[in-house]
Design a protein around this ligand. Structure first.
Ligand code: COA
Length: 260
């Protein structure tokens, strides 16, 4: 598939998607959102891919937000549709993907860019990264899940302050808040992220997809996460990965998981 706004590469069962609009600091226009959706969908269905890394091109920005030029003249209905469609196509889509998605935040992650990073399963930042939700400076609120996911990650009080002041925090503060798990230099960012992906790939892909589902259930209205856990725990017992994992342990050898 040919994309105009993103790059997709794969290496050793790890796919890397790079948002590639460096002259616009990788801002998310609707075409980029659609392309990201297609790329995530196709990688989810690609048996060779075990982990997906999402990053931005260049040394300055991960994604500097939704493309302000694109929605500057929108009506109420168009604004609502923009948020709804984006959430369904990309942000909720990534969060609920069966394969692990790691954001490698290589610079500014602002507005829709931080929302994109927060929809990934976890985040690693380079030490030059800056993060914030500055929508109120534009007379807006976050519309791609930011009012929900930021408090889940950093707590309500910190989310309120970040959204109300619109200020950026640096990578060290983001780590202190629990918004990112690790901070490394920009030169190390992709290799370090791949080293975490490699640790994940030692484990059962099937169990990992069920773990993602069970963890996410904690954040879904009307869903009992403990019940989701029980059901998915049970399902693991019917899988080849479970037989392989337990047999390999008892035979004192490394597991060879097939994801079945
Ligand atoms: N939407 C559309 N275009 C954007 C953008 C966005 N969110 N963020 C940056 N750009 C564009 C700029 O318009 C500029 O384009 P131009 O060269 O055609 O004029 C280009 O990217 C470079 O940005 P610039 O502002 O010149 O870089 P800077 O280093 O001076 O500032 C930022 C960097 C990130 C502080 C600044 O670009 C910014 O505040 N961006 C908007 C962030 C934001 O509010 N995001 C939330 C949107 S919901």
């Amino acid at each position: 598939m040919n994309y105009s706004n993103i790059l997709v590469a794969s290496d050793n069962n790890i796919a890397t998607i790079t948002v590639n609009r460096p002259t616009k600091l990788n801002a998310l226009n609707s075409e980029t959102i659609q392309e990201l959706h297609e790329a995530f969908k196709s990688l989810e269905n690609n048996d060779d891919i075990r982990v997906i890394i999402l990053t931005g091109s260049g040394e300055k920005a991960f994604v500097a937000g939704a493309d302000i030029a694109e929605f500057a003249n929108f009506s109420i209905a168009e604004g609502e549709q923009l948020a709804k469609q984006g959430q369904e196509l990309l942000f909720d889509f990534i969060e609920n993907l069966k394969k692990p998605v790691i954001a490698a935040i290589n610079g500014f992650a602002l507005g829709g860019g931080l929302e994109l990073a927060m929809s990934c399963h976890f985040r690693i930042a380079s030490d030059n990264a800056k993060m914030g939700l500055p929508e109120v400076t534009l007379g807006l609120i976050p519309g791609y899940g930011g009012t929900q996911r930021l408090p889940q990650l950093v707590g309500k009080g910190r989310a309120m302050e970040m959204i109300m002041t619109a200020e950026m925090i640096d990578a060290a503060a983001a780590k202190n808040y629990g918004l990112v798990n690790h901070v490394v230099t920009l030169a190390e960012l992709l290799e370090f992220t791949k080293s975490i992906a490699t640790k994940i790939m030692r484990n059962s892909p099937l169990a990992i997809s069920k773990a993602i589902k069970a963890i996410n259930a904690n954040y879904k209205d009307g869903v009992n996460g403990f019940e989701t856990e029980v059901r998915n725990f049970g399902k693991c017992f019917g899988t080849e990965d479970f037989k392989e994992g337990t047999t390999a342990f008892l035979e004192k050898r490394k597991s060879e998981f097939t994801g079945k």
